[in-house]
Write a protein that binds this ligand. Sequence first.
Ligand code: ADP
Length: 375
Amino acid sequence: ITGAVAGVKRETSQNPSGAKTQQQRGYDKPWLSGVDKGGNGGAQEQKKNTFLYSVYPDGVGPDSELINMLERDVVDRNPQVNFADIAELDDAKKTLQEAVLLPLYMPNYFKGIRRPWKGVLLFGPPGTGKTMLAKAVATQGKTTFFNITSSSISSKWKGESEKLVRILFEMARFYAPTTIFMDEIDAIAGARSSGEHESNRRVKAELLIQMDGVSVASSASANENQGEGERQKNVIVLAATNIPWDLDEAFRRRLEKRIYIPLPSEKGRQQLFDINLKGIKADEGVDWTELVRKTKGYSGADIANVCREAAMMPMRRKLLEGEVNFDEISKMNHDDLDVPITMADFNEALKNIQKSVSQNSLEDYQKWMAEFGCV
Ligand code: ADP
């Protein structure tokens, strides 16, 4: 790894003493203003094996607020989503396993013509499982998951966004192997416009540099031929967007693998009902075929909402009909309240929850898929 963003290495089994080198303390980062180059490197530092302490031995410094924000809002150590929790999308799952997970497991095989993709883009209507897929990749690959919404970078940290991007990737390398998931990538990587703000341009440029750095890191690890230890350096970038046609061409090129995540098919909708209603009682009279038919055009998120709404109906009915009242609920046997959901409950829920994706936008996705997508 070269350049201003040289990686801070996490302690590995090859460094059992826990002693940190100067590089591990982060003294090689001139862009982090005010690092105490004399640092004490003492017991406290060894105790707290976090990125913050690797940069600032005392846990405070000019950029500690930014780092703390990232630790708090972005790092998800336990995404806990399995591919089996995701309805359908078999092609996307296979592609992600091949394009992202295999290079992580066998870096030496993925070099030269087999070099890993620089980045992967998941595109399609909202609520179709893009975030779930990214989390499943992180869970199965046992990587640290960074979940970042691009609009929060550009709005919350305006002015400092460029630094945020740099620290984000630096941190990702520290906690590697890491999956960085950038949701709403269009918010930061939208097409250039003539009136574009200079700071926006700088953030984009920084993100491009960092994404290139990621692919260098993975090919370097393959060349060094150091097996499992080197696997730990890998940082994977996954991005998602509902408006792929808004992406700047430079980003589109770097997100080499572009996977369409469509609305669920009939089979997928059936699976979504099964997944969402696991452990919930349903009346024998529920006509699942009819429900699957009626939810044509619904996204996975829409169906989850329908199920949530329907699942609340039996309780609401009891309260409404005065069969139970609020004061009695805490004293009642709750099994008595757990009555099955009926077809009428589902019909009521369907009245309240409409599909959220328009037919027009589906055609736009198909068009973009035909021009730029890959399976
Ligand atoms: P996206 O990132 O595409 O906007 P998410 O992955 O955040 O959508 O999905 C939102 C919610 O919708 C999930 O928490 C889940 O309840 C439901 N959902 C969407 N698609 C699926 C799917 N394919 N399988 C299971 N649940 C899904």
